[in-house]
Design a protein around this ligand. Structure first.
Ligand SMILES: Cc1ncc(COP(=O)(O)O)c(C=O)c1O
Length: 380
């Protein structure tokens, strides 16, 4: 290709700059490079405030944030937790880590978040918790989920790992449920390299998570442990980067939005491709560019298109695989290839295209053109 970019284009790259370097150096030079230091508290307070929550507890990653939130909700062996089948594995893995069983409920068309109207029939006497996932930056329909949780006495933990700053009917995600969790992995909208946070309005949940994060050491008696805890702490170095990223949140989101809008423009002629659909009540954030292909490109055909991009040094990734199909998460009766048809359809037709803030208009049009060519070739 003549105007093909020279180097590999990944799906997501962190947007880190001078402010991150400045804060990181300050933390580094202070000597507070482990999990004590001013930036951890500052990041917790500022990120909780950003979500409209009273408390933030910074942890090592989003997976352990979920793990601790489930423990704080007293979820354990024999319990069931309702989750969507189309999500990153961590949502269900954390449920397994606490000894409980993930129970899958199908998703909403187009956006792939859990279908609140399908939840009630999955609630049993063992259900303790619902974990809606704000998938690919789009919020789940929280009002009916909270109503169901109140009716049945369940705890709602929002998995907002992919949706920092997204709004549901004007409210930021993470601060709507009883707890919300976030990931700050390097491909997220804002990153600390590895990192996570639980936000909550409930002081008991916050205290419990703080305790378990730090070896369950008795706050009143050093090196005394009434129970088994974890070392799930975030370092001051990571939190320093997080503080800078949060200050730059609007700037980063504006750039990602520009990238998304440019794809929409570039795909306008390929009307069959739906880019980041959104429901009327949602204010999603542009985490990854999500392209939903027409049905004839589902599954293996989609993988052919992705291989064509890869041959031109352009990365893309398929939507998540259905968790209910994987050995650790198979649930007996659910274990059939026709289960959860809405989520399954999206899993087969969806892919993520390069989404980094560094992408310029020319490169995005180049990717879109290659993609359309690959679709035309596949149909010949
Ligand atoms: C929906 C979802 N939940 C949880 C996680 C876990 O976060 P982490 O990778 O920081 O452990 C991720 C992501 O990476 C995710 O996408």
């Amino acid at each position: 290709m003549t105007n093909a970019p020279q180097s590999f284009i990944p799906v997501a790259e962190p947007d880190i700059g001078e402010l991150e370097e400045q804060y990181l150096l300050k933390a580094f030079r202070s000597g507070w490079i482990s999990s004590l230091g001013e930036y951890v508290n500052r990041f917790e307070t500022s990120f909780a405030g950003f979500c409209g929550a009273d408390y933030g507890v910074a942890v090592a990653n989003g997976t352990v944030a979920l793990h601790l939130a489930l423990l704080a909700a007293k979820v354990g062996p024999g319990d069931e937790v309702i989750v969507p089948p189309l999500t990153f594995v961590a949502t269900a893995a954390a449920v397994k880590h606490v000894g409980a069983t993930p129970v899958f409920v199908d998703c909403e068309p187009g956006i792939g978040t859990i279908d609140p109207h399908a939840i009630e029939s999955a609630i049993t006497s063992r259900t303790r918790c619902i974990v809606p996932v704000h998938l690919y930056g789009h919020p789940a329909d929280m009002d009916p989920i909270m109503a169901l949780a109140n009716k049945h006495g369940l705890v709602v933990i929002e998995d907002a790992a992919e949706a920092h700053g997204a709004k549901y009917k004007g409210r930021k995600v993470g601060g709507i449920g009883h707890m919300g969790i976030f990931s700050f992995y390097g491909n997220k909208l804002i990153t600390t390299g590895e990192g996570g946070m639980v936000v909550t309005g409930n002081p008991d949940f916050a205290a419990r998570i703080q305790l378990l994060r730090d070896h369950a050491m008795d706050p009143a008696r050093r090196y005394w442990h009434e129970e088994v805890g974890f070392n799930f702490r975030m370092t001051n170095l990571q939190a320093a980067i997080g503080c800078a990223q949060l200050e730059r949140f609007d700037e980063i989101v504006a750039q990602r939005q520009r990238v998304l809008d440019t794809y929409r423009e570039a795909f306008v002629e390929a009307g069959e491709i739906v880019v980041n659909p959104a429901l009327s009540w949602a204010e999603p954030v542009p985490w990854l560019v999500c392209a939903l292909l027409p049905g004839r490109f589902a599954g293996a055909q989609r993988d052919v298109l992705m291989a064509r991009l890869r041959a031109e040094a352009i990365d893309s990734r398929p939507y998540f695989n259905m968790l209910c199909d994987m050995p650790p998460y198979r649930n007996g009766a659910d274990d059939n290839p026709r289960s959860y048809p809405v989520a399954r359809d999206l899993a087969m037709r969806g892919l993520n295209l390069p989404s980094s803030t560094a992408l310029d208009r020319e490169t995005i049009f180049h990717i879109a053109k290659l993609f359309r060519q690959a679709m035309a070739e596949a149909e010949r």
